[in-house]
Write a protein that binds this ligand. Structure first.
Ligand SMILES: Nc1ncnc2c1ncn2[C@@H]1O[C@H](COP(=O)(O)OP(=O)(O)O)[C@@H](O)[C@H]1O
Ligand SMILES: [Mg+2]
Length: 258
């Protein structure tokens, strides 16, 4: 498998503060890489750097062999808060992605309608985003992101604002959609179940400035197989901060050293 995204010694800072310190990570084409970690650890910062929305302060991030220096249609971002064009209908939001991708005018409408079918929104083609529920808007964002046939889809807690049931149906929709339209995906979530369900591999970042805590493979990706249980346990363990444990040692340990 070719490498889609190559992160080499990438350091990301906010002012004087180092958030991501010398991260090296190779993401093969077609992989769904989940990035998780404690709140404020730099998940969004890393995703924005891959998208080219912010600079890399040290090291490099390359996509398909080219250093990222700014945004590109090759890398689609899907945010938690929907970023649809509010004045464009659902169909026109998707048509725009197809136009930017260079799909000939004669084929665009049919392709947009195929996407509307895939996300179950045929009946909402002519609606404006504000006339849809949050879950529906995320479906449109997903279709729009993938319709542009990007090299990478970068998703920042895309289902984080949805209720549990809608979230589950969005996870299934994402799985079906990626089966039909394989893409390299970097998916940020702080939900362990979502991470294990969606990822081929899960990276657990340390707190801001700290090293990566774990990189774990999912043995049977996108299934509910018990073969994935060990992965869930490993991710859960890595999410428990070693720093917090050092600052607040368990009572038994305190006694032992007292
Ligand atoms: N624009 C900014 N200016 C300064 N600090 C920021 C900015 N954005 C994020 N940070 C800080 O960088 C750290 C990582 O933020 P972020 O990447 O949003 O974390 P996460 O997505 O993992 O919750 C946090 O401590 C946050 O306060
Ligand atoms: Mg974030």
């Amino acid at each position: 498998m070719s490498t889609a995204i190559e992160i080499t010694g990438a350091t990301l800072r906010h002012g004087a503060r180092t958030i991501v310190d010398g991260l090296t990570l190779s993401i093969p084409a077609g992989e769904v890489l989940v990035v998780t970690g404690p709140s404020g650890c730099g998940k969004s910062t890393l995703l924005r750097a891959i998208a080219g929305l912010r600079p890399v302060d040290d090291g490099t991030i390359a996509v398909a062999g080219e250093a990222v220096t700014g945004t590109s249609r090759d890398r689609a971002m899907v945010f938690q808060d929907d970023a649809l064009h509010p004045w464009r209908t659902v169909r026109k939001n998707i048509l725009l992605a197809l136009t930017l991708r260079g799909v000939p005018r004669s084929r665009r409408r049919a392709e947009a309608d195929r996407w509307l079918g895939e996300i179950g929104l045929d009946d909402f083609a002519d609606h404006l985003p504000r006339e849809l529920s949050g879950g529906m808007r995320q479906r449109v964002q997903l279709a729009r992101g993938l319709a542009g046939a990007p090299r990478a889809v970068l998703m920042d807690e895309p289902f984080g604002a949805l209720d549990a049931q809608t979230r589950r149906s969005m996870q299934q929709l994402l799985i079906r959609t990626l089966t039909a339209h394989p893409a390299t995906v970097v998916f940020v979530t702080h939900d362990i179940d979502e991470a294990v369900l969606l990822g081929d591999r899960i990276v657990v970042l340390g707190r801001a400035g700290e090293p990566v805590r774990a990189i774990v493979d999912v043995p049977e990706p996108r299934t509910s197989s018990s073969a994935n249980d060990a992965t869930r346990t490993a991710v859960a363990a890595a999410l428990v901060s070693p720093t917090a444990a050092a600052v607040h040692p368990p009572a038994a340990q305190q006694k032992a050293t007292a």
